[in-house]
Design a protein around this ligand. Sequence first.
Ligand code: 4AD
Ligand code: MG
Length: 432
Amino acid sequence: MENFIQIQEALNQKKGLVKIHGWVYRERKQKDLVFLIIRDSSNILQTVVKKDKVSSKEWEDANKILIESSLELEGEIKEDKRAVTGYEIQVSKLNVINFAEVFPINKDQSEELLLDNRHLWLRSRKLNAILKIRSTVFGAIHEYFRMNNYYEHQSPSFTPNACEGGSTLFKVDYFGKPMYLTQSWQLYAEAVIFSLEKIYCIAPSFRAERSKTSRHLTEYWHAEVEAAWLHFTDLMDLAEGLIKHIVKTVLEKNKEELKILERNIDLLKPTLEKKFPRINYDEALKLLKEKKDMPVKWGKDLRTIEEEKLVTLFDTPIFVTHYPKEIKAFYMKEDEKNPKVVSCFDCLAPESYGEVIGGSERETDAKKIEERLKQQGENPKNYTWYLDLRKYGSIPHSGFGMGVERIIAWICKLDNIKDAIAFPRTMVRFTP
Ligand code: 4AD
Ligand code: MG
């Protein structure tokens, strides 16, 4: 058989002879009929094999078929309101490519079993829908930055330095010397902007997170941007534009997938329509105290629970800005009016998905950077090349990083970030 079309194309064709290939999603055997629901990457479709319409070999094969067997078939497609996607193929030719063994996954299984069988569970409609949305999200990020004339640049994944503090660094044995897996592309990006000015990247970042939360991976995909001459307010505009572009693109391209995931898309619409509120850390503490009865001591970072309470007050992502210097990274620029805080933001997603983007204007004063490194227990000597950037034509510049799986988890409204990536890596989950 040749000239196969995808199931979605067959559905669009509505009638006539079609040839498809795929996998058996469900099967039901009766005396003279075998119903096979077939899936491919595009959709699912009911087919029926009738004993008197196929050869005896084909009929025997149809009766041996278990789910996830692969096959090719040919037949007449016609509308059938009772069928799962509204159409049915009456099979006239059937060729089984592989008779599957009993599939280890059936209904109502635990999350852990599904994760153990992740290599097989990826075939589910849920994961198929999420992975399609994930593909759209990656495409939209590239599109957004290229549209805005950013160059794509890559930094190394092996690094001798910490970017986001030593506590979440993964150490690796580099020919007998200690090295680390990168937490962020940023420090190298800060060197590259002196050549390319506006750059971005999507790459894996690594965090030795000891937390078993629904938001943390040890390896996640990080979309980062760095730009020369860019100041803090424009940086937030850039971040807001990125989120809006991603959500808009997914709403345009993935209606079917969002339906499969039962995502209430009305909750995503304000993100497109409204400007994201920008509140500073002090205002955030005030809101938490007054509206949520949750006092936070000035100088403490917001915990998950506090972020969750805060975002219930809004229906779009929000920017929380100007956190205390002590709880933020060494490279963030001291605020001109208040040296106790830095020109940084965390962008928090609605519906309890937490921080999806972290960004800041960068400190240009080498002395201040050295002091901050020392305070954080780092040796400024290890950052000599980074400090050089402040000596030769230093400029104002800013950047941010977005956790791509966090954005996907929010857009798809997933219970756990692990479902936003095909093969998740966490402290306790690293197989298959
Ligand atoms: O806030 P973070 O640590 O910022 C940076 O790494 C900066 N160097 C970025 C930059 O300015 N270029 O991380 C950025 C984002 C977070 O907002 C979060 O969305 C995501 O990365 N992230 C994680 N996502 C999944 N699992 C983890 N363990 C994550 N840690 C951070
Ligand atoms: Mg952060």
